[in-house]
Design a protein around this ligand. Structure first.
Ligand SMILES: [Zn+2]
Ligand SMILES: [Zn+2]
Ligand SMILES: [Zn+2]
Ligand SMILES: [Zn+2]
Length: 470
């Protein structure tokens, strides 16, 4: 268990995102267009497509809105949340041609294979195949909720329009947001949406949809009114009857069906599975996509995936030293280049204004620059013994070199008497951009830029001396 914890405990080395948040490398994206780190807190989240995670059916946005983000054919058990399976059997029904005879038809009921709850338990009639899905029960407050949703939609729209008016230079792509909002973009093909997106930049479409939305402002909402009538307490049920626990639903079961909230087991009804979304992420600064999944709901691949662990060197702690307060100790850090090009790396101390109170140790960094080889899956690093001599590595500093990975021995001095020792430095490296071409050479060569990242390393607790405890 400890080994597993060690692998997934990625909070020891944190990278600072452009927005200031510190995250592990696996939670960070790297925008190759503005050459900055991005995290989920500083990018636009956009819903790309909706799908049912059980039957993997792709559902267009407009349909998903009409179906209240629920799948029409998949249900989960109201008792244990497990997925319900439809069971088919032959039922005998009165024949349509012969008034006295009987005929057989294929019918279905829903059964939970885990807790054995079935739609028969609560008296839901079996569905004949081809009769068009399970009936939906109407929520008691449906009309009121719909009225409120419409009302707030109008308010949100008004606010948005006012904001747009104030903005001198509206953000490009605004029209496509309006198209998304009314579910129009999803009913169009991906190609058409894309061309609309480009047209939207010229602002030709946005005005049409703004005027169309004005008609919605006519919606009137009835205010809520308090009444003097309070339902009398059902004394007979609550005080005079024995409580049978198996007949009463639990809080979890009630909240699973928040619109119905069944008090008793007999009121259970199959719950429609909620749809899942595929999100794409967009850089707030340059509007480029950072993450874009494939449309196909069964695919787990991405069209665009600019995760930082593909581009930025990974720093790990190889061996945790014994940290004695105010004394020098040696720590071994490893640096790994995940990128297709080699990198020149140097470590820099923080400037005084960059220091913060979370840094509790000092790290002595080498002045020399070192080279990280590119990632090469075909290379067998163990066999390549010429590497160490090729780069003329200082054995005092570099402990090992294997392919795209090297180990560095660094000195740290904890500046606290108790608690965790946290050091921070800047990792500066060159980056060969395969996406953005170099403009000065006419676009024939990739652009090379130097970038740096602020990295926090948590080395663990210091050994408390006996005097400080006393
Ligand atoms: Zn961020
Ligand atoms: Zn489904
Ligand atoms: Zn169940
Ligand atoms: Zn960007």
């Amino acid at each position: 268990m400890d080994v597993i914890n060690e692998i997934f405990a990625t909070n020891k080395v944190l990278y600072q995102c452009a927005c200031g948040h510190c995250k592990p490398l696996t939670h960070i994206y790297f925008c190759r267009y503005c050459l900055k780190m991005r995290c989920k807190d500083c990018v636009y989240h956009e819903v790309d497509s909706q799908y049912c995670q059980h039957c993997l059916e792709y559902i267009p946005t407009i349909d998903a809105k009409l179906k209240k983000n629920k799948c029409a054919s998949c249900f989960q058990c109201p008792n244990c949340m497990h997925t319900l399976t439809p069971r088919t059997f032959l039922a005998s029904v009165p024949s349509e041609t012969d008034p006295n005879g009987m005929t057989t038809r294929k019918a279905q009921f829903l059964l939970c294979s885990y807790c054995k709850w079935s739609s028969k338990d609560v008296g839901i009639p079996d569905q004949f195949i081809g009769s068009g899905g399970w009936p939906e029960i109407e929520a008691p407050n449906r009309k009121r909720v719909e009225g409120l949703v419409d009302h707030y939609r109008v308010i949100a729209q008004r606010e948005r329009m006012e904001k747009e008016k104030k903005r001198i230079n509206p953000r490009p792509g605004h029209a496509i947001h309006l198209l998304d909002k009314y579910g129009i973009s999803a009913s169009l093909s991906a190609k058409l949406t894309e061309s609309l997106r480009t047209k939207a930049y010229s602002g030709r479409i946005s005005s049409n949809y703004l005027s169309a939305s004005k008609s919605l402002t006519d919606i009137k909402l009835e205010p809520s009114l308090a009444t003097d009538d309070v339902e009398p307490l059902d004394v007979d049920t609550f005080y005079n009857k024995d409580l049978i626990e198996s007949e009463i639903s639990s809080i979890e079961q009630r909240l699973m069906q928040v619109e119905m909230q069944p008090n008793t087991v007999s009121q259970f009804y199959p719950i429609s599975k909620m749809l899942y979304v595929k999100r794409s992420l967009r850089c707030k600064e340059c509007d480029h996509n950072i993450i874009k999944p494939e449309y196909n709901s069964s695919s787990i691949k991405f069209k665009i995936q600019l995760s930082a662990f593909y581009d930025i060197p990974e720093v790990k702690i190889a061996s945790t030293p014994k940290l004695i307060p105010h004394k020098e100790s040696m720590v071994e850090l490893t640096f790994k280049n995940p990128y297709q090009y080699g990198m020149h790396v140097c470590l820099q101390p923080l400037k005084d204004e960059e220091m913060d109170e979370s840094i509790t140790g000092k790290i002595i960094l080498p002045k020399a620059e070192f080279i990280l080889e590119c990632k090469d899956d075909t290379l067998e690093p163990e066999l390549d013994s010429t590497q160490k001599t090729r780069y003329n590595d200082d054995p005092q500093l570099i402990t090992f070199r294997r392919g795209n990975k090297i180990g560095l021995r660094l000195t740290v001095i904890p500046e606290i008497d108790s608690g965790r020792c946290r050091v921070c430095f800047r990792l500066r490296h060159d980056f060969v951009n395969s996406v953005v071409q170099n403009k000065s050479t006419g676009g024939s060569e990739p652009q090379v830029s130097w970038i740096s990242h602020k990295i926090y390393v948590d080395l663990g607790p210091v050994i408390e001396s006996k005097e400080s405890i006393a």
